[in-house]
Write a protein of this length. Structure first.
Length: 202
């Protein structure tokens, strides 16, 4: 972890807010790597259009947080409350959302390569147009999620709750893994789509 004192981080958060409010004319775009945010109150700071790589947000209350158009690669949000949060057009590849509450969140047009959603609650989430490449949804809840125009390739779905998923007929199902990383069971194309349809009906 990068060692920065709280005052230094807050100065950068304030500068980022000014950068957003003035459309880049003042302040400076936020760019932080390997920062532990767990002891900071981020409720009054915007985090959209930021670079926050390999940062720790585990267990934090970030509901309704706008993190759209941000680069968040390799950060962790384990057990975080992210209900109603916005990750639209963000890169959340290699991010760990294990056990996070991401109900009614927005991942539209986001990039999720090897993103971990194990046991996360994505009920009513907007996943429209997202790229999910080898993302791990094992034991996650995707109840009533909207997957229109999303791409699924090599996604892990063992034990996932899939009831009520919307837009499946418009999604690009390249392959799904209904096994494990160690013992994969790959269903490609229409075979994968049909498996999903059958799971939704059950």
């Amino acid at each position: 972890m990068t060692i920065l004192n709280v005052e230094d981080i807050i100065v950068q958060l304030e500068s980022h807010r000014l950068w957003i409010e003035t459309i880049g004319k003042k302040g400076e775009k936020l760019g932080l790597d390997e920062i532990d945010f767990r002891n900071l109150d981020l409720s009054k700071y915007p985090l959209d259009q930021a670079y926050l790589t390999a940062c720790l947000f585990d267990g934090m209350n970030l509901n309704l947080k706008d993190m759209s158009s941000s680069l968040l690669c390799s950060s962790t949000f384990k057990f975080a409350n992210l209900e109603g949060s916005d990750f639209c057009k963000s890169n959340v590849s290699y991010v760990d959302f294990t056990n996070a509450n991401i109900k009614a969140s927005r991942f539209a047009d986001s990039e999720c390569i090897e993103t971990v959603f194990v046991k996360a609650d994505l009920s009513n989430a907007n996943l429209v147009g997202g790229l999910f490449d080898e993302a791990d949804f094992r034991e996650a809840s995707l109840l009533n999620a909207d997957v229109r125009l999303s791409t699924f390739e090599g996604v892990l779905l063992k034990g996932a709750k899939l009831g009520g998923i919307r837009g499946l007929e418009e999604a690009f199902i390249k392959s799904v893994n209904i096994g494990t990383p160690e013992h994969p069971i790959i269903l490609k194309g229409e075979e994968g789509r049909q498996w999903l349809i059958n799971e939704i009906k059950e």
